[in-house]
Design a binder for this molecule. Structure first.
Ligand SMILES: Nc1nc2c(ncn2[C@@H]2O[C@H](COP(=O)(O)OP(=O)(O)OP(=O)(O)O)[C@@H](O)[C@H]2O)c(=O)[nH]1
Ligand SMILES: C=C(OP(=O)(O)O)C(=O)O
Length: 212
């Protein structure tokens, strides 16, 4: 089964406020962009991924991610993360009705294509399925097969919300790189320990990140 990934990205200047103590205002937008570039590059390298659509109003990020091969859709609803994801999924399905779609966070700088492949293969067994984040509270991926609405419920406590919505939780071992989202300095250190992509590594080399 081939998937279209829908990746939401806030305007860089407002994104990842919880990383303010790790990356100052002057460097944080570049770090957030590097996370998104490494996420998109790994996603596009996954055999189960036919294409990637980024939902963002950020011009700089849109250009950089299009250069990697992503499609870019403006965040037309401007009503937050879940509205952006629903808009991305419906934009994909206007062009390709019945496409299998999966929402993936843009803050997965350690993402490995082979691990994403395993998650998507497992997701293909269910109408809707999701993967919990490393903290065990949130979600990093929500998948909807052909003819299923995505019905995204991302945000604080989304693991319980997605489970309650009837989506199947994927209980997989050895997919840490798909679970490791980066919200805080500790998350960044955990991602660096897993091994981040080249763009994040380059930005982090300039940061005073203990453990880097
Ligand atoms: N297009 C779009 N993406 C969003 C929006 N809100 C969050 N995102 C993205 O959704 C993903 C998960 O969001 P969070 O992990 O909470 O990221 P964040 O909002 O930048 O982080 P904080 O400022 O620390 O809360 C990230 O890829 C964000 O860039 C939104 O309103 N529109
Ligand atoms: C967007 C989410 O959370 P966080 O803001 O913790 O990344 C989520 O886990 O659904």
């Amino acid at each position: 089964m081939q998937w279209t990934l829908v990746i939401p990205l806030k305007p860089l200047s407002r994104a990842k406020s919880r990383l303010a103590d790790t990356a100052a205002d002057g460097v944080r937008p570049g770090l957030v962009l590097a996370f998104a570039q490494d996420t998109v590059a790994a996603a596009l390298a996954c055999e189960a991924v036919s294409d990637v659509v980024v939902v963002t109003d950020d011009q700089r990020a849109g250009r950089a991610l299009a250069e990697l091969g992503a499609g870019v859709v403006p965040d037309a609803p401007a009503r937050g993360l879940n509205a952006a994801l629903a808009h991305g999924a419906s934009t994909v399905r206007r062009v390709r009705p019945g496409a299998a779609v999966a929402a993936l966070n843009a803050d997965l700088p350690a993402l490995r294509a082979a691990e994403l492949q395993r998650v998507l293969s497992a997701a293909a067994e269910f109408p809707r399925a999701f993967l919990a984040d490393a903290a065990g509270v949130g979600t990093t991926l929500l998948a909807a097969g052909a003819d299923e609405e995505l019905r995204p419920g991302f945000g604080t406590g989304s693991r319980a919300r997605h489970r309650a919505s009837g989506a199947r939780e994927l209980l997989l071992a050895d997919v840490d790189s798909v679970r490791q989202d980066v919200d805080t300095g500790d998350d960044l250190r955990a991602a660096l320990a897993l091994g981040v992509g080249p763009r994040t590594a380059a930005v982090c080399a300039e940061l005073p990140v203990p453990g880097a």
